[in-house]
Write a protein that binds this ligand. Structure first.
Ligand code: MN
Length: 735
C-alpha cells in the first residue's frame, strides 16, 4: 500500500528530474492545501480523495509542465468539490493559478448530453474555446486520464458514458496537441469499457503470445542494433513494442481480419541524434529487411499538423513477419510523445520547418517563444484559435456555434426563425437574462416562446451579432407586416398622387400602371405599396414615374405628328410661318411648338442661364442639351436626323429648381466629405445625391446631384467648393 506522502514524494522526484528550478515550496503548499480541503473525502476505490489530484499532477509532471501547472493540477478539484473559492486560490497562490483552476472547473461542469457524430467536432472546439490558457486543457486531459485509469469502481452506465466522451472528445484533442502517449492510453482505456469483449480478446491473445512476441522483438532489436554499431551510427536506441490494443482493434475492424492475419502488429523505434542519421538508419533497415512498397512515409520532410516528425517504413523480417520501423531523433521523439507540452524543451528543431496546417496557430505561438525558458514558455501559450466564436448548448445538449458577442437573439434565430420571431424570454444556465446578454462558451441557453408574441422589435437588429439573425429579423418586418405595409404604402401613394394633381384613374387607365411597375421592378401594385410601407421605396418616386408616364403617353403621339407636319410644311413652303404664341414647358420654349413634352438631357443637365439646344426624340419629346455638350454637336448626328435639331430657349416664368450634376476632384484627406457637405449647405442648395470614391493614387472624386435655380447659383456653388482645401477641379459633366 503506497501512502499519500509517498505518492507526493514521487511527484517531487519527477519534477526535480526535469525542472530543478521549480517552485517546490509552492507545490508543497498546494498539496497541503488540497489535502486539507478535500479532508475526509474518499474516492470510490476506497483511497483518500487527495490521491486523485496528486496523480493528476503526476501525469502533468510527466508532460514536463511548469510549476504553475503542477500547482493548478493539485488544486484542480478544490473549487468544484470543497469550500475553497477562486479568491482564496488567487490570494494564496496566484491569480494565474486561480484562472487555470477556474478554467478546469468550467470544463468539468460542461455536460455532454449529445451522442451525435456531427456534434463532436463542435464539442471539441468548445473545449478549446473555453480553455483560454492551454494549460487548462492539458490538466483537463490529465484529469480525464486518471479518472479513466480508475474507472473500474464506477457503475457500468457511467463507465460507458465516460469512455464514449473520452474516445470522441478527449482522445482527439490529445491527438491534435500531439500528446500521442496520452492519446493511446485514453483510447485503450475507453475501448475496455466500450467493447469489453473485443478488448479482452485482444488482451488475452497478446498475453498468450507475449513470450513469442518478446522473443521476436528482441531478435529484431539485436539484429538492428548490431548493424547500426557496424555502421558506426552513434548514440542509437532501438526498441520494439506490440501495437496498442485500440490500434489493433481498429485495424481488425477496418480490415475485417483476425489478430493472426494482421499486417503489422509490431513497431520498432530507432532513436538517433541527428536528421542525417535518421536517413542513414533508414538505408540500413532497407538493406537488412525487404521493404514493402508504398509504405514509406517521410514525416520529417513533411511533419504532421500536430508537429509529429518521424520516418515510417514497413519491412518483412526473416520469418516473413511484417513490422513497422519508426526512425526519429530524440527531440522529435519527445514531441511525438508529449506534443505541445514537450515543445519548450525541444523547440530548436521545429523552427520554421512546419507546414501550414490546421494547427498553424500552435506553430506561430511556438515560434515566438524561441528564447523563453520553460516556465515562461507555457505561461504565454494562449489558445486563440476560436477567439471569435462562442459555443453554447441547447437544452437538448446540441452545440450551437455563434460569433463572439452573440446574444440570445442570435441563438434563437440560429435554431429557427420561428423561435426567434416568437421569443418572449431567455434563460442562460437556468437564470432569466435580458436579450442583450452576451453568451459565453459552455452556456446552456433556453428560449421561451409564445404564440401571442408580438414578434421581433426593431432594436433586436442592433443586438444581434450574426448576419443570419439580422436578416431573419428584417425579413419578418418585410413579410409579417405585409398588410400593414400595404395599407400604409397605399395611403402614402394616394396623398402623393393628389399632391401631384393626378387621379387614380390615370394610373389604372391605359398602359401607365404596367409601365410604372416595370420601371420600378414590382410585379403588382400591392407589392409596390408594401415596399413603400416598409420603407424600401418612396411614394414620391412612384408618383414621379406615374407623372412622367402619363405625360409621355399623352404627348408623344402629338409631338411626333407635329414634327411631321412641320417637316411637310417646310418642304412645301421653304420657310415656316411666323411662330404662333408659345407656352413654356418646364421653363423651356420650343420654337414653333406649344405644349410640348420636354426633358433635360442626363449627360449635361442644363440649368437656366445655360445656352441650350433641343432635339426631337422619337416618342420621348424634346430633349434639351447644353450647347457645349458633346452630344449636342450636330456633326455627330446622322444626316437624316439633322432636321430634328430645334431651337429652344429659357422662358421667363421659371419657378422650380433644376436638377444638375457636379464632379469634384480632390486630393484625398480626412474631413473632406464634411467640408464639401458644409459648403453645399451654406449655399442653400438641395442635394439629392452625393457619393465619393477614392482612387488608387490618392485622389477622391465626388459626384454631386443638386438642384439650383439657375446657372448663376450653380457657379456660386462651384466657386465655394473650389475654395475647399485640397479641391483641384470642379466640373459640370457633359457627354
Ligand atoms: Mn478531477
Amino acid at each position: 500500500m503506497v501512502t499519500v506522502e509517498e505518492r507526493y514524494k514521487h511527484l517531487e522526484r519527477t519534477i526535480r528530474g526535469y525542472n530543478i528550478s521549480a517552485d517546490f515550496e509552492q507545490v508543497r503548499s498546494a498539496y497541503e492545501y488540497a489535502r486539507e480541503h478535500h479532508g475526509a473525502q474518499m474516492r470510490r476505490d476506497g483511497t483518500p480523495f487527495i490521491t486523485h489530484p496528486i496523480q493528476v499532477a503526476q501525469i502533468v509532471a510527466e508532460m514536463r509542465l511548469d510549476s504553475e501547472s503542477i500547482v493548478a493540477a493539485l488544486l484542480h478539484d478544490c473549487i468544484e468539490d470543497t469550500d475553497s473559492t477562486y479568491e482564496d486560490i488567487a490570494r494564496l497562490f496566484s491569480p494565474t493559478v486561480a484562472d487555470i483552476v477556474d478554467g478546469v472547473t468550467k470544463l468539468t461542469r460542461v455536460k455532454y448530453t449529445t451522442m451525435e457524430e456531427e456534434q463532436m467536432e463542435n464539442l471539441r472546439k468548445m473545449l478549446f474555446a473555453m480553455s483560454r490558457d492551454i494549460r487548462v486543457i492539458l490538466i483537463k486531459i490529465a484529469d480525464r486520464l486518471h479518472n479513466m485509469r480508475t474507472m473500474e469502481y464506477q457503475t457500468p452506465a457511467k463507465q460507458k458514458k465516460k469512455a464514449f466522451e473520452t474516445m470522441e472528445i478527449y482522445a482527439p484533442i490529445a491527438h491534435r496537441l500531439g500528446l500521442a502517449k496520452l492519446k493511446w492510453e485514453l483510447e485503450d482505456l475507453s475501448l475496455k469499457y466500450l467493447d469489453p469483449v473485443a478488448y479482452d480478446e485482444i488482451q488475452r491473445s497478446l498475453e498468450a503470445e507475449s513470450a513469442e512476441h518478446n522473443q521476436f522483438m528482441s531478435a529484431v532489436q539485436a539484429q538492428i542494433t548490431e548493424r547500426l554499431t557496424e555502421q558506426e551510427i552513434p548514440h542509437t536506441t532501438v526498441y520494439g513494442r506490440v501495437k496498442h490494443p485500440y490500434s489493433i482493434y481498429r485495424k481488425m475492424y477496418l480490415q475485417e481480419k483476425t489478430m493472426a492475419e494482421l499486417y503489422d502488429l509490431f513497431a520498432f523505434r530507432v532513436l538517433v541524434d541527428t536528421i542525417p542519421d535518421c536517413y542513414n538508419v533508414l538505408g540500413v533497415i532497407h538493406d537488412l529487411y525487404k521493404p514493402i512498397l508504398g509504405r514509406f512515409k517521410d514525416y520529417i520532410a513533411t511533419p504532421k499538423p500536430n508537429m509529429y516528425q518521424s520516418l515510417h517504413t514497413t519491412v518483412i523480417g526473416d520469418e516473413g513477419i511484417p513490422f513497422e520501423v519508426q526512425i526519429r531523433t530524440y527531440d522529435m521523439h519527445a514531441i511525438a510523445e508529449y506534443g505541445v507540452a514537450a515543445h519548450w524543451k525541444y523547440k530548436r528543431n521545429l523552427r520554421g520547418e512546419q507546414g501550414e496546417g490546421t494547427y498553424e496557430w500552435i506553430r506561430r505561438l511556438l515560434e515566438n517563444q524561441e528564447d523563453a525558458d520553460a516556465e515562461e514558455f507555457i505561461h504565454s501559450l494562449k489558445i486563440d484559435l476560436f477567439a471569435d466564436e462562442v459555443f453554447v448548448f441547447t437544452p437538448r445538449g446540441d452545440v450551437v456555434n455563434l460569433p463572439a458577442g452573440a446574444t440570445p437573439i442570435d441563438f434563437a434565430y440560429s435554431i429557427h426563425s420561428v423561435i426567434g420571431n416568437t421569443m418572449v424570454g431567455a434563460k442562460v444556465n437556468g437564470r432569466m437574462v435580458g436579450f442583450d446578454y452576451q453568451l459565453s462558451s459552455g452556456d446552456v441557453v433556453e428560449i421561451a416562446t409564445s404564440k401571442s408574441a408580438h414578434g421581433p422589435s426593431r432594436d433586436w437588429i442592433a443586438l444581434a451579432r450574426s448576419s443570419e439573425a439580422r436578416s431573419k429579423i428584417r425579413q419578418w418586418f418585410k413579410r409579417e407586416r405585409r398588410d400593414e405595409n400595404i395599407a400604409q404604402g397605399r395611403s402614402a401613394f394616394d396623398s402623393e398622387l393628389r399632391h401631384a394633381g393626378l387621379t387614380m384613374g390615370q394610373v389604372t387607365d391605359s398602359g401607365v400602371l404596367p409601365a410604372v411597375l416595370k420601371q420600378s421592378g414590382f410585379q403588382t401594385l400591392d407589392e409596390m405599396y408594401a415596399a413603400i410601407g416598409y420603407g424600401g421605396y418612396t411614394a414620391a418616386k412612384a408618383v414621379n414615374k406615374v407623372r412622367n408616364e402619363v405625360r409621355q403617353q399623352t404627348k408623344a403621339a402629338a409631338l411626333e405628328k407635329a414634327a411631321q407636319t412641320r417637316a411637310e410644311k417646310e418642304a412645301q413652303e421653304g420657310r415656316p410661318p411666323a411662330p404662333p404664341k408659345v407656352k413654356s414647358e418646364k421653363g423651356i420654349i420650343v420654337e414653333g411648338l406649344s405644349n410640348c413634352l420636354v426633358k433635360f438631357a442626363k449627360c449635361c443637365t442644363p440649368v437656366p442661364g445655360d445656352e441650350i439646344t433641343g432635339f426631337i426624340t422619337r416618342g420621348y419629346g424634346v430633349s434639351v442639351h447644353r450647347k457645349d455638350c458633346p452630344n449636342a454637336n450636330p456633326s455627330r448626328t446622322p444626316a437624316a436626323e439633322q432636321g430634328r435639331w430645334i431651337k429652344v430657349s429659357w422662358s421667363d416664368d421659371i419657378r422650380e429648381p433644376y436638377s444638375t450634376a457636379l464632379e469634384v476632384v480632390c486630393k484625398d484627406r480626412s474631413g473632406l466629405l464634411v467640408d464639401v457637405s458644409t459648403a453645399l449647405s451654406t449655399c442653400k442648395v438641395s442635394v439629392t445625391g452625393l457619393n465619393s470614391h477614392a482612387t488608387a493614387d490618392g485622389f477622391a472624386i465626388f459626384h454631386i446631384v443638386l438642384s439650383v435655380t439657375d446657372a448663376e447659383q450653380l457657379s456660386q456653388v462651384m466657386r465655394k467648393i473650389h475654395q475647399i482645401s485640397g479641391v483641384m477641379k470642379v466640373n459640370r459633366p457633359a457627354g
